[in-house]
Design a protein around this ligand. Structure first.
Ligand SMILES: Nc1ncnc2c1ncn2[C@@H]1O[C@H](COP(=O)(O)OS(=O)(=O)O)[C@@H](OP(=O)(O)O)[C@H]1O
Ligand SMILES: Nc1ncnc2c1ncn2[C@@H]1O[C@H](COP(=O)(O)OP(=O)(O)O)[C@@H](O)[C@H]1O
Length: 203
């Protein structure tokens, strides 16, 4: 594998089927809906429930989920700082491709570092990146312990576990902050859909 950047010798090929034409055909905009929050905060559940609602409205959608992507595209990465940075970099690039294909892509990654999320935001036009903070206190996430990982982390069986032995930097100005600890799932879904309609991503 080469580590020399080749981008200076690679020329961008302009597609004739543009993002704009795809969006016209779809009758909605492409966008990146970026869910962030602790493990167990509700990212996957919410992303899939929002996708279901959008699909029923006739939108083209796709969910990129940390658990799934880490089995393939990011299967070589761990949970060190560097592993997480690279994970979010790759996911950001893939999400951008989906968006340019006219799709509403919903991502469900802890994405603990503010700078990494802001880097993805800066890769796209204003309004293309919607950050949604799944704001569930760690006590609630830990009591849910959907996958039994908090128990393992507390027992020292998982190193660098977010919220316990690895940091989580909450968004400062997310487009939406949802109280996914106490609010009913359907209420959260409606809040997301209302926001996507308000900003004109979907009708
Ligand atoms: N050390 C450690 N810290 C946090 N999470 C861990 C860890 N080890 C494994 N897992 C499981 O991996 C899922 C998080 O992967 P992500 O790709 O979203 O993480 S990150 O954004 O790169 O931080 C996460 O999924 P969710 O619970 O859906 O968030 C966990 O199931
Ligand atoms: N408002 C809500 N939004 C999302 N999940 C919720 C909500 N209220 C309760 N839950 C529950 O919390 C858990 C969240 O798990 P999960 O979606 O796997 O979280 P994450 O993907 O952030 O690790 C699920 O069991 C889900 O049913």
């Amino acid at each position: 594998m080469t580590t020399t950047p080749v981008s200076s010798n690679v020329v961008w090929h302009q597609a004739t089927v543009t993002r704009q034409r795809r969006e016209l055909q779809n009758a909605h905009r492409g966008a990146i809906i970026w869910f962030t929050g602790l493990s167990g905060s509700g990212k996957s559940t919410l992303a899939h429930a929002v996708e279901e609602a959008l699909h029923q409205k006739g939108c083209r959608t796709f969910v990129l989920d940390g658990d799934n992507v880490r089995h393939g595209l990011c299967g070589d990465l761990g949970f060190s700082d560097a592993g997480r940075v690279e994970n979010i970099r790759r996911v950001g690039e893939v999400a951008k491709l989906f968006m340019e294909a006219g799709i509403i892509v919903l991502t469900a990654f802890i994405s603990p570092y503010r700078a990494d999320r802001e880097r993805v935001r800066s890769m796209v036009k204003e309004g293309d990146f919607i950050e949604i903070y799944c704001d569930t206190p760690i006590e609630v996430c830990e009591s849910r312990d959907v996958k039994g990982l908090y128990k393992k982390a507390r027992a020292g069986q998982i190193k660098e576990f977010t919220g316990i032995s690895s940091p989580y930097e909450a968004p400062e100005m997310p487009e939406l902050a949802l109280n996914t600890g106490t609010t009913d799932l359907q209420v959260c879904v409606n809040q997301v859909i209302d926001d996507l309609m308000r900003v004109g991503i979907t009708g």
